[in-house]
Design a protein around this ligand. Structure first.
Ligand code: UGB
Length: 528
């Protein structure tokens, strides 16, 4: 009953063209802006890194990824074909690399739950202790066919209702119901970090972002990037109401343009002289102070305001193109806070922290044509290598610049395929101590896995794999590698291949490689 009543109210408001933020004047919020690799960045990293082990991590993974057109769960997709590591494995190993006993919770849905569980079981939880991992499952909600919020029968089944996902905002109620925030607090945890299913880069920014949470005593810290006007990312906005209330909250991408047009910016969601929207782009990675979060959950039980976004098929707004439903978003947690103090953001350059995998190839092509972030499986993978190259460059490597190639219609910057294992360098500061200079050609492949490897003055033209077990202290000094390496080969029409390759449009051919594998603890020095 509550669902239908709320739906009718929101549908009526939607028909009138009301915006959930009507009455508010948008302002540009204040927050930290860290230039990657700067002294401030490295200082914040150094401050935050040791505290990541005191966090609880929450991955929202209930989305089906319809836009991507992939049949499986998105967290099982390879983040990088070179390292053959899925998003989930990468996340788990990253969290383990912080040491301590940080717990991980995955929010699944009816669409993803059994496949997620099976994937974890098949892979022995990627070595993550079972008792530290929790799954909470969100339920779907009934589809609505009209402005009176009538339900719809499931296709081909008059005895069941059609249902749809309710949005990532369910995560707060589910955590509360499972009693997890209270339990984490009792165990001495201090922050909770929420992140999304297919943005592998976000972990590069977490140490510094947590450092900013600590430095500015933030109850809520949203990670942001400079936002391209019109892109499908929400914006963090300071909303000032006539009664004096001030809220800093995400305004979702479909609401931003009408809100700005109706208030401070008649041209709507447009760029300023910087070339970007003046409002920071939300990447939906959130760091909450755990104590305040648990207190707030106890009051509202994790309920998040719902919204509705029907697409109408007639001018009178009485018919929908397809059934709709109520949804809620995890970042709207801040809507219910009485006090905007302690709600901030930390902005990073996009290349270090944000490249999600959301779009199938035709949609990605359209994004590329509109000069918007591409967000395909291929751009996600290439952005990952690009960021690893950038990190090595900061550590003194000279790397041949990437070159632009169009693969399956998607323009990609292709350079050396560098995949640094999650336990090799959990922060840029750590990497600067573990990698010191060298030369790497554009077509090279470099994979480094292991917590205690020092590489100095590497000269690489080909493929090199270095793997060392924990306890193996490896020092590679001045080594030169020349071989035929691996080749990125574009798929051809009619090629039969797994779906994770088809959505990229390429595969790797392993022609030749040098592998340095250290399977036993000990000290190793390899020199030219
Ligand atoms: N998700 C769930 O767990 N359950 C659900 O019911 C739905 C999703 P999308 P979208 O960072 O680029 C978000 O669909 O619409 C999970 C922000 O709202 O990818 O692109 C799902 O599995 C937006 O402000 O989100 O929008 C995935 O992990 C902007 O920042 C996550 O929720 C944008 O992301 C996001 O789901 C962005």
């Amino acid at each position: 009953v509550a669902y239908v009543e709320n739906a009718r109210k929101l549908l009526e408001a939607s028909r009138r063209g009301a915006n959930p933020f009507d009455g508010a004047t948008p302002e540009i919020p204040k927050g930290s802006r860290l230039e990657s690799g700067s002294k401030e960045f490295l200082d914040s990293e150094a401050l935050g890194l040791p505290h990541l082990r005191e966090c609880a991590f929450v991955l929202v993974a209930g989305g089906l990824g319809e836009r991507l057109g992939y049949g499986g769960i998105k967290i099982a997709l390879p983040l990088s074909l070179c390292s053959e590591r899925s998003f989930l494995q990468y996340y788990i190993e990253r969290i383990m690399s912080y040491g301590g006993d940080a717990p991980l919770t995955l929010m699944t849905s009816d669409d993803t739950h059994s496949a997620t569980l099976a994937f974890l079981e098949e892979n022995n939880y990627f070595g993550f202790p079972r008792k530290r991992l929790s799954l909470v499952k969100q339920e779907k909600v009934p589809s609505l066919s009209d402005n009176r919020a009538h339900f719809v029968c499931a296709p081909g089944n008059p005895y069941a209702l059609e249902t749809k996902p309710h949005g990532h905002g369910d995560v707060h109620a589910l955590l509360h119901r499972a009693g997890l925030p209270e339990r984490w607090l009792a165990a001495g945890r201090r922050w909770v970090i929420f992140f999304q299913d297919t943005n592998g880069l976000v972990f590069h920014a977490l140490p510094a972002a947590l450092g900013e949470s600590i430095r500015h005593e933030l109850a809520v810290n949203s990670l942001t990037v400079p936002r391209r006007a019109g892109e499908a990312a929400g914006a963090i906005v300071r909303l000032k109401y006539a009664d004096g209330r001030v809220i800093t909250n995400n305004v979702e991408y479909n609401q931003l343009d009408p809100l700005l047009r109706a208030t401070v910016q008649p041209a709507g969601d447009v760029a300023d002289e910087s070339g970007y929207s003046p409002y920071p782009g939300n990447i939906n990675a959130l760091i909450f102070g755990l104590e305040a979060y648990a207190r707030q959950l106890a009051i509202k039980k994790g309920a998040i305001p719902e919204f509705i976004n029907p697409k109408y098929s007639n001018a009178e707004k009485t018919k929908f193109k397809k059934p709709t439903r109520l949804e809620c978003m995890m970042q709207d947690y801040t809507l219910q806070l009485d006090d905007a103090r302690g709600v901030g953001f930390t902005q990073f350059e996009r290349h270090i922290c944000f490249s999600a995998v959301k779009n199938n190839l035709p949609e990605a092509m359209a994004k590329a044509a509109a000069n918007l972030p591409i967000e395909s499986a291929s751009s996600g993978e290439m952005d990952y290598y690009a960021q690893e190259r950038w990190r090595l460059t900061r550590a003194g490597a000279v790397i041949e610049p990437a070159e632009r190639r169009t693969i399956a219609g998607i323009p990609l910057d292709i350079g050396a395929f560098v995949a640094l294992g999650p336990n090799y360098a959990p922060s840029l500061g750590t990497l600067l101590q573990r990698f010191k200079g060298g030369r790497i050609t554009r077509s090279s492949v470099l994979i480094i896995e292991g917590p205690d490897i020092l590489i100095e003055d590497l000269d690489l033209d080909g493929a090199l794999i270095v793997q060392a077990v924990p306890g193996a202290k490896v020092h590679l000094r001045g080594i030169q590698v020349r071989n035929r390496g691996w080749k990125l080969t574009e798929l051809e029409a009619g090629d039969v291949c797994p779906e994770e390759l088809a959505i990229r449009g390429y595969r790797f051919e392993k022609l030749e490689e040098r592998a340095l594998i250290f399977e036993k603890p000990g000290d190793y020095l390899i020199e030219a």
